[in-house]
Design a protein around this ligand. Sequence first.
Ligand SMILES: [Mn+2]
Length: 267
Amino acid sequence: MSTYVIGDIHGCFDQFVDLLNKINYKKDEDKIILVGDLVNRGPDSLSVLNYCMADSNITTVLGNHDLYLLYLLSINKAKGKLKEVIKSDNNKIFEWLIKKPFFIEFFEQSSKNTFYITHAGIPEIWSPSKAKKLASETSSMLKKEPSKMLEMMWGDEPNRWEDKLDGQDRYRIIINYLTRMRFVGDNCTLDMKNKGLKPSRGYKPWFNYKSKSHEKNKEYYIFGHWAALNGRTRNDHFIGLDTGCVWGNKLTAIRLEDKKLFQVEAK
Ligand SMILES: [Mn+2]
């Protein structure tokens, strides 16, 4: 039995199937965790969703595009590349997707490594256990008041975490850290505009942690979202899996037992 984590699929169903073949995925034996952004941009989001919904050994953390899909489903608005999904049996998709977490912690028995899986990452101002708690608080609220949450979560403010934040501001920034973060400034202030590789003055990639406790604690952070990185973090403890499949590059999986990477080319 192996556990694999797979990067952003973005509706690239053919490559997803290619990658499952390449890792020799055994249904009912192996486990698959996706880093989110299953949908949008690419050609066949609906097939990706149908495939994942039919296999209980596949799960995902939520990405910003998955949240966007949930939002469109909640207002029943067929738009762009997601049109086909919205027009299909959307209640089933909504119920499946809205139950997915923002954060998955996976302890790998043989290596004793711990993997923290989120769509965009975890800001260094939060310990993994704090991130886990905030993610679960936000998930509970999303399940309890989906329409309200899906409506209010859009926007870039506030741009910096404070423990005293509450209500909509609190949930919006938790969601932004976990699903949209790339560069951060002092106290992990978010820069939501820059999607490239060169930080603006005073900013750095979120994974340039000051502390090295992740090395001591055998902790690994797995994320997607940042296609421009193409997996380059210059630190083995931060594993970026968005290798830009939808932009004509590769779709990537990592096997958690030995951290071996598997890739397939875009079509
Ligand atoms: Mn994303």
